[in-house]
Design a protein. Structure first.
Length: 202
DNA sequence: CGCAGGATGGGCT
DNA sequence: GCCCATCCTGCGG
């Protein structure tokens, strides 16, 4: 497989929606023991667009210990705990001090599938990574990876695995943000059409 | 199959 | 003290 770790410039693009779109088809990788890897192709993302976005943790420019990661440079991992039990993996985008992020909502399992099944014992083979909490469990992502540099070697994203044409991308409203007022209807959830691994509906 | 409800803990008002 | 960028279980059709 001829893929390569995405460089800083991929993440520092000024438009978070563009980065969310370009992330589709790229490979999220977490290294395991003995040089092996657990990895999946990104098939669903959601953009969280700066301080104006009411659905964002950084809405209104809010800065707390948790959200501080969102203000770092594009190419930083933002991982947080949700509902007391699950983690969410996000990619910070853009320049420092401007809180853009992309939530990775679903993967198509690619490597380390046995390890994924071990971590997701009790669920069926097709439910390994089709949701933002599920993929974190399958890859072993937790709060320790918050703030990790995606140009580093703890977690990263590789390009070139699959080309997704614009026509193959579907968009719809984001999930679980009913409190977000005028931003509830923004179609900032992106997914690969006809991809069985996406979460929820098309 | 679909849907209702519970789990569970850090962050924020 | 309430709110989550969720998932799983159990129950009914």
């Amino acid at each position: 497989m001829t893929t390569r770790k995405l460089a800083r410039e991929f993440y520092t693009h000024p438009d978070v929606l563009t980065v969310a779109r370009r992330l589709l088809g790229q490979v999220l990788v977490v290294p395991a023991r003995n040089g092996t890897r657990v990895a999946g192709i990104i098939v669903e993302t959601e953009a969280y667009r700066g301080p104006q976005d009411r659905a964002s943790h950084a809405y209104g420019g809010r800065r707390t210990m948790r959200t501080e990661t969102m203000y770092r440079i594009g190419g930083t991992a933002y991982v947080y705990l949700i509902y007391g039990r699950y983690h969410q993996f996000n990619v910070v985008t853009g320049v420092e001090e401007v809180p853009h992020a992309v939530l990775v909502r679903a993967l198509e399992p690619l490597q380390g599938i046995r390890r994924m099944r071990d971590r997701r014992r009790g669920t069926s083979a097709h439910d390994l990574t089709n949701g933002p909490g599920k993929l974190c469990m399958a890859l072993g992502v937790d709060g320790r990876l918050d703030g990790a540099d995606l140009i580093g070697d703890r977690v990263w994203i590789e390009g070139g695995a699959r080309q997704i044409s614009p026509a193959a991308i579907a968009c719809g409203p984001r999930i679980g943000i009913d409190y977000a007022g005028a931003y509830v209807g923004k179609r900032w959830r992106l997914c690969v059409r006809d991809e069985p691994a996406v979460s929820g509906r098309r």
